[in-house]
Design a protein around this ligand. Structure first.
Ligand code: NAI
Ligand code: SF4
Length: 429
């Protein structure tokens, strides 16, 4: 648990006016990590950079929490094939809106991190995939990329050090599934965003069949911090096993929703009551979705002493996900909430796998029945049964992401669901 958070100075998005402009970024030590690496490629060989990032244990901020440096190390030795870095800025998970702040307020820290990652993996082409709804932020990033080309940080012979790296910005058209890493690769190739079976993992067979690494935007923004300050320093920030700064996106029934940067491991209580100004109207907390809707909801009584890091959340019965915290007050209708979540996943299922295509449909339909007061208790067990038929049986994690909220919300708020069912039995009687 982080005690001294009030004195924390943001690292990813410091409070510096116009930091999105390259002059301001450079005045504040911007691109110094890239210079450090490229100026001394003997000390900072590609393997050394990867090892430093691996030792720092930057947990992937896109939701899965995978060690970024370890992921880089999965890239095969260079051969005659092209190699790619695909940066995932699709963030379509409900409750998740933090990468947007990097695009808006500090795009160069991300570009710098992506360049260092590309160097470490011998990649010469970077793609950035942004959700289509973020078109204004696409333009901000494009402007930053243009500035980086003009200053010699991108393109041919970067900083005169014999390294060539290009970066292309592209955007989606509103499909959640294009944020799934292999769906994103298909979309980048100009095809429908159908996820691919893994293995082979993208490191072996990614864009156009070539070695590719996919990293989240916030993950890459952490890389310059590690190079400038070292893995040990990075490890000293945050919680045991979950380090570094985190962009907490706090939404729902709080007085001050927004994106707040603090170390990993902040207490849930501090984040809700101090950082986000407490619950609207002085109401009581009922529940929290900690990291985007695919992470299991926790009741208020399960949150005592819980902090926002993977270990603490796992022990409490959930996951860190994207740290997109959805706060719900005592008046929240959990049946309505769950139906809305299920509607989302049904709408966004790509339809390739039967358990997902049919399962998400059944979840939504049965929940609508319960929401409308026409459900029976046995429908709750039917829902739980459908979730077990979906989990782990599909090409990508969307089916799991749809099943988990149903299972956990029903199990954790069973009385509320039963009460809605019972009402219909009485009404019929
Ligand atoms: P995952 O745990 O399957 O994989 C994590 C990463 O490690 C992937 O890049 C994968 O390719 C790589 N990897 C894992 N094992 C590997 C191996 N043996 N060899 C090579 N590479 C390997 O998780 P996934 O499917 O990438 O992401 C699911 C997560 O995404 C969920 O936890 C959810 O919270 C999050 N999510 C985030 C969204 C957002 O808007 N940011 C949207 C939807 C889901
Ligand atoms: Fe498509 Fe769902 Fe299968 Fe993922 S699990 S590939 S979203 S049908």
């Amino acid at each position: 648990m982080i005690e001294d958070w009030k004195s924390y100075e943001p690292l990813l998005i410091p409070d510096i006016p116009n930091l999105h402009k390259i002059d301001v970024y450079e005045e504040n030590d911007g691109y110094s990590a890239l210079r450090t690496v490229l100026n001394d490629q003997e000390k900072w060989s590609r393997t050394d950079v990867t090892n430093e990032v691996k030792a720092a244990n930057i947990r992937g901020r896109g939701g899965a929490g995978f060690n970024a440096g370890l992921k880089w190390s999965f890239m095969p030795e260079p051969d005659d094939r092209p190699r790619y870095l695909a940066c995932n800025g699709d963030e379509s998970e409900p409750g998740t809106f933090k990468d947007r702040n990097i695009f808006e307020f500090n795009p160069h820290i991300f570009i710098e991190g992506a360049l260092i990652a590309a160097y470490a993996m011998s990649v010469d082409t970077i793609y950035v995939y942004i959700r289509g709804e973020y078109i204004d932020w696409v333009h901000i990033l494009e402007q930053a990329v243009e500035e980086a080309y003009d200053r010699g940080y991108l393109g041919k012979d970067i900083l005169g050090k014999g390294i060539d790296i290009d970066l292309h910005v592209t955007y989606g058209a509103g499909a959640y599934i294009c944020g799934e890493e292999t769906g994103m690769l298909e979309s980048l190739e100009g095809k429908r965003g159908y996820p691919r079976v893994k293995p082979p993992f993208p490191a072996q067979k990614g864009l156009w069949g070539n070695p590719t690494t996919i990293n989240n935007i916030e993950t890459l923004a952490n890389v310059p911090l590690v190079i400038n300050n070292g893995a040990e320093w990075y490890q000293s920030i945050g919680a045991e096993g979950h380090n570094g700064p985190v962009l907490y996106g706090i939404s729902g029934h709080v007085n001050k929703p927004g994106v707040y940067e603090y170390p990993a491991g902040m207490s849930v209580e501090d984040l809700i009551y101090e950082v986000a100004g407490g619950i609207r109207g002085g109401k009581k907390l009922k529940a929290l979705i900690p990291g985007g809707t695919s992470t299991p909801v926790l009741r208020a009584d399960q949150l005592e002493g819980v902090s926002m890091d993977s270990n603490s959340l796992r022990d409490a019965g959930s996951m860190m996900g994207t740290a997109g915290m959805v706060v719900m007050d005592e008046d929240t209708d959990m049946v309505d909430l769950l139906w809305r979540i299920s509607h989302f996943f049904h709408h966004e299922s790509c339809g390739q796998c039967t358990p997902c295509r049919e399962g998400t449909g059944w979840l939504e339909k049965v929940l609508l029945k319960i929401k409308n007061g026409e459900g029976e208790i046995k429908d709750l067990d039917l829902l739980l049964d459908v979730t077990t038929q979906m989990e782990g049986r599909t090409i990508c994690a969307l089916a799991d992401a749809a099943a988990w909220p149903v299972r956990h919300t029903i199990n954790r708020f069973r009385d509320e669901f039963e009460a809605r069912c019972k009402k219909s039995v009485h009404a019929v009687a």
